[in-house]
Design a protein around this ligand. Structure first.
Ligand SMILES: Cc1ncc(COP(=O)(O)O)c(C=O)c1O
Length: 428
C-alpha cells in the first residue's frame, strides 16, 4: 500500500511538491493571483476565447435553455440537440464526415485508444506524447512501443518488428511541451505501408496552426488520411470537453466501444454551447490565429535577445530547458515575484534532467507586454542561478538508438510506481 504521508514528504524533500495557485476572476491574458495581477504565460486558452463575451453569453443562454448538466451518458439518456450541433460544426471545420463529443481530452484519448487496441496488439506511441495518450495506451492493455520523439526511423523499425500485431500509431500533432510538430507525412506513409490505424491528437494544433487554425494535419492536407483526430475543447475553444473526428463508421463504432463515452456523463450543455460560439468566432476571425503567431514571435525574439537558446517559434508554445527541476522551480517563483506567471514543467510531467519552463502566448496578449516579459524572465533565471546563455531548447531526444535499437516492447506499465520519476513521464 502506498504510504501517503511518506510520499508527500518525499515530494517536498525533492522540491517537487507543486503548489497550485488560486486565481480570482477569469483566465484572461492577465490573472489576479493572491490579490496581485500577473501576466499569464501558462494557459492553453491560446485564442483568449474562454471569457469572450459571445462565448460567455452562449454558455449562459444554454444553461437557461438546456440546464447545467446532461444528466447521464448519451447511451443512457440520449444525445441532446446541442451536442449534435457542435458535432456537426466540428466535423465541417475539420473536413471529416462526423465528430463525437467526449467529456474531456483525457477521456477521449482513453476511450478511443482502448477501443482501437486490445491485448495482443501493439500500439506505437511517440516518447513525448501527452499523458492522455500515454494513459489511453495503458488502458488498452496492448503492448506499447514507445518510439523516439518525432523519429520516423525508429517507428519504422518498430512496425517492421511487430509481427503483424501493429494496431495503432498514436501521436500528438503539436507537442505539449515545446510546441514542435510530429512528422505527420512520414507517419501517414508508414501507417499506409503497414496497414495500421493512426490517431492524431490536435489539442495544441487546433486554433494555432494550419489554414484558419484547423490544425497541423490540415496544414499538410492530411486531415482525411488518418483514422481519428482528437482534440480538447479546453484549449483554443476556451471551454471544456473534447471530440474525436473521423468517418461515420468509426463514429458508430466508438459510440458502442468507447467506454469513457458510454459510462460517463455527456458534456454539459453550457460548455458545449460555449465551444460552439468559440468555434464560430474562430471561423469568422482567422486573424486571431495570426495574432497568436505575432505574439509568439514577439516573446521568442525577446527571449533570444536576452540570450536564451530557443528554436524558431512554430506555435504559441515555447520551452526553455534548464535541466534539473530545482532551478526551474526557482525561476518560476522568481518570475512570479516579478509579475510573470509561467509553468515549471518538472517530474512527473517530464523526466528529471529535462525540466523546463514552459511559456504559452495568447492572441489576447499585447506584443509589447510579451517583449517586456523577456528581460523579466532573464532576470528571474539569473536570480535562480541560471545564465540564460547556458539554457538549451527543450527539444526532444531524437534517434537515440544506433545499430541496436532498444527493446521494442520496453513499455512496461506495471514496473513503475507513481513516484518513480525516471519512468513516470511515459512508463508510470
Ligand atoms: C495533447 C493533449 N491531449 C489531451 C489533453 C487533455 O485534454 P483535456 O484537458 O480536455 O482533458 C491535453 C490537455 O492539455 C493535451 O495537451
Amino acid at each position: 500500500m502506498i504510504e501517503i504521508e511518506a510520499r508527500l514528504s518525499e515530494l517536498r524533500a525533492l522540491g517537487l511538491h507543486q503548489r497550485i495557485r488560486l486565481v480570482s476572476g477569469p483566465q484572461g491574458p492577465h490573472v489576479v493571483l493572491d490579490g496581485k495581477p500577473v501576466l499569464l504565460l501558462c494557459s492553453d486558452n491560446c485564442l483568449g476565447l474562454a471569457d469572450h463575451p459571445r462565448v460567455r453569453e452562449a454558455a449562459a443562454e444554454a444553461a437557461m435553455r438546456w440546464g447545467v448538466g446532461a444528466g447521464a451518458s448519451r447511451l443512457a439518456s440520449g444525445t441532446m440537440t446541442v451536442h449534435r450541433r457542435l458535432e456537426e460544426r466540428l466535423a465541417g471545420f475539420l473536413r471529416r464526415e462526423s465528430a463525437l463529443l467526449f467529456g474531456s481530452g483525457f477521456l477521449a484519448a482513453a476511450g478511443v485508444i482502448s477501443a482501437l487496441a486490445r491485448p495482443g496488439d501493439v500500439v506505437f506511441s511517440d516518447a513525448l506524447n501527452h499523458a492522455a495518450l500515454i494513459d489511453g495506451c495503458r488502458l488498452s492493455r496492448a503492448e506499447v512501443f514507445v518510439y523516439g520523439h518525432a523519429d520516423p526511423e525508429h517507428l519504422a523499425w518498430g512496425l517492421a518488428h511487430a509481427q503483424g500485431r501493429a494496431a495503432l500509431i498514436a501521436t500528438n500533432a503539436v507537442f505539449s511541451l515545446a510546441g514542435d510538430a510530429a512528422p505527420l507525412e512520414d507517419i501517414v506513409e508508414l501507417a499506409q505501408r503497414h496497414r495500421v490505424r493512426v490517431l492524431v491528437d490536435e489539442s495544441h494544433g487546433l486554433g494555432s496552426v494550419g489554414p484558419g487554425g484547423r490544425g497541423a494535419l490540415a496544414e499538410r492536407g492530411l486531415e482525411d488520411q488518418v483514422d481519428v483526430i482528437l482534440g480538447t475543447l479546453g484549449g483554443a475553444l476556451g471551454s471544456y470537453g473534447a471530440f474525436a473526428a473521423c468517418d461515420r463508421v468509426m463514429t458508430q463504432y466508438l459510440l458502442q466501444a468507447a467506454r469513457t463515452l458510454a459510462f460517463s456523463s455527456a458534456p454539459a450543455p453550457p460548455a458545449v454551447a460555449g465551444a460552439l460560439a468559440a468555434l464560430a468566432l474562430l471561423e469568422d476571425r482567422p486573424r486571431l490565429v495570426d495574432k497568436l503567431h505575432v505574439n509568439a514571435v514577439a516573446l521568442r525574439d525577446g527571449l533570444i535577445a536576452e540570450g536564451f537558446d530557443l528554436p524558431r517559434a512554430r506555435t504559441h508554445i515555447l520551452a526553455v530547458a534548464l535541466g534539473e527541476p530545482e532551478p526551474v522551480l526557482r525561476m518560476a517563483e522568481g518570475a512570479l515575484a516579478r509579475g510573470v506567471f509561467a509553468q515549471a514543467v518538472v517530474p512527473p510531467a517530464t523526466h528529471g534532467p529535462a525540466s523546463c519552463l514552459r511559456l504559452t502566448t495568447m492572441a489576447t496578449h499585447r506584443a509589447e507586454e510579451l517583449r517586456a516579459a523577456a528581460p523579466v524572465l532573464a532576470e528571474a533565471a539569473r536570480s535562480a542561478g541560471v545564465d540564460p546563455r547556458a539554457t538549451s531548447p527543450a527539444v526532444p531526444r531524437q534517434g537515440e538508438y544506433e545499430d541496436e535499437p532498444p527493446e521494442p516492447y520496453a513499455y512496461e506499465a506495471e514496473r513503475a510506481g507513481p513516484y518513480d520519476y525516471e519512468q513516470i513521464a511515459h512508463a508510470a
